[in-house]
Ligand binder design. Structure first.
Ligand code: NIG
Length: 385
């Protein structure tokens, strides 16, 4: 096992008790962080990387992506930009393309998306099924997703496919389809929204997931007010994602629970939805995560830097809050912030997932939006970009 010391760090965002350090150093031993502190006191290591005054921060933890898809929906996007509203009907277009793709094609597309995410500083990502919506393609999507992620979410309950009665489809999702994907997934999710699944159907899906030993996630309150947040908190979901339309009770519930509010700013831009009330959530004590929601319909980007910049510029988060939410917030949304090899912080014992910015401070992520500022990326102690 070899060790590396990173020296001359202009600004080190630790997300730990040390806060933000200046003129700092960090030692990686094998796959873990072994030491952080002032550059002048840095211990010796096998290798030395001088980052020349640049900012170092944890790798992004992208806790909400839909990478298992084929085809694009740029025509739908163009129509939306010309005034059409988003109603989730386009999901069926992606389902058709995904079913028709070969496994090799799908595997290649997903690997390419993961590489793009890595180049942008992402060192951990969750990804979902949900463009199969039959037993065969949901199982295949879950299996291929497990090749690129340790956090795979089963989203058979994305929309009701054509030709199905909604309750019959929920029966399939909670029965034969769940059995087929179960070996490959650790989470279950449901799109609890008008036009997708109502409260009772969503509850049935989540309960079946709980009974099968899966953790819970919910797509909720994206297109209008609804029961998504209430249900997620009641059932102890790890995360409720989107959260565009929250009332005062929803905000209070999230503030008093361990359910993370995962906000998806790139999706809000692309669908022209009102941004979620990030400030009110933070002020109420809720844990907020930021994620890319990379998918072909509402957010075709893996760029967490873009999401951080948008959260700052449009959602009134501070840069430090946004960076925390895109790293430790994501880790909490996935329950990965503690345990044998935690992620989300640069502190001794954490997995050595870090990125070096070509900038002296994380402030530049929002100050220079759209610039590719991630210069180098280490994952589990090894350079990947
Ligand atoms: O998170 N909200 C539901 N699912 C995706 C979008 C799906 C699509 O339009 O393809 C989302 O935005």
């Amino acid at each position: 096992m070899s060790s590396t010391v990173f020296t001359n760090i202009g600004e080190l965002t630790t997300n730990g008790g040390e806060g933000v350090l200046h003129d700092a150093a960090l030692v990686v031993d094998g796959e873990r962080i072994a030491w952080i502190g002032p550059s002048a006191r840095a211990p010796a290591a096998d290798e030395r990387v001088d980052v020349d005054g640049r900012a170092v921060l944890p790798g992004w933890v992208d806790s909400h992506t839909h990478l298992a898809f084929a085809g694009d929906r740029s025509a739908e996007f163009a129509a939306r930009m010309a005034g059409e509203s988003y109603a989730a009907g386009g999901i069926k277009v992606s389902v058709e393309r995904t079913r028709a793709a070969s496994s090799e094609e799908l595997r290649g597309l997903m690997a390419e998306r993961v590489r793009a995410a890595n180049r942008g500083g992402t060192t951990w990502l969750e990804t979902k099924t949900g463009y199969g919506l039959n037993v065969e393609t949901e199982e295949r999507s879950a299996r291929l997703a497990a090749e690129v992620s340790q956090d795979v979410t089963y989203l058979g309950a994305h929309v009701v496919p054509d030709g199905w009665d909604a309750d019959d489809y929920v029966g399939l999702v909670t029965g034969k389809m769940l059995d087929a994907v179960r070996p490959h997934v650790t989470w279950i999710d449901v799109f609890c929204e008008r036009g997708a699944f109502d409260e009772d159907q969503s509850r049935a899906v989540l309960q079946a997931g709980l009974d099968a030993g899966l953790g819970l996630r919910v797509h909720g309150n994206q297109l209008g007010p609804g029961p998504g947040v209430k249900l997620a908190v009641e059932l102890g979901a790890a995360s409720v994602d989107h959260c565009n339309f929250l009332d005062a009770d929803d905000i209070e519930r999230l503030g008093a629970s361990t359910t993370v509010a995962t906000l998806l700013p790139a999706c809000d831009l692309s669908t022209r939805q009102p941004f979620p009330p990030a400030r009110a959530l933070i002020d109420a004590g809720a844990t907020v995560a930021l994620a890319s929601n990379c998918n072909p319909g509402t957010s075709y980007t893996t760029s967490m830097g873009f999401c951080v910049a948008t959260a700052v510029l449009q959602m009134h988060m501070t840069v430090q809050e946004a960076v925390w939410s895109a790293t430790m917030g994501g880790a909490r949304a996935l329950g990965r912030h503690e345990g044998a090899l935690p992620i989300g912080a640069l502190a001794p014992g954490f997995r050595a997932d870090l990125q070096v910015l070509d900038a002296p401070s994380v402030t530049h992520l929002a100050y220079r939006p759209g610039m590719q500022l991630t210069q180098a990326v280490w994952q589990a102690g090894a350079p990947i970009a």
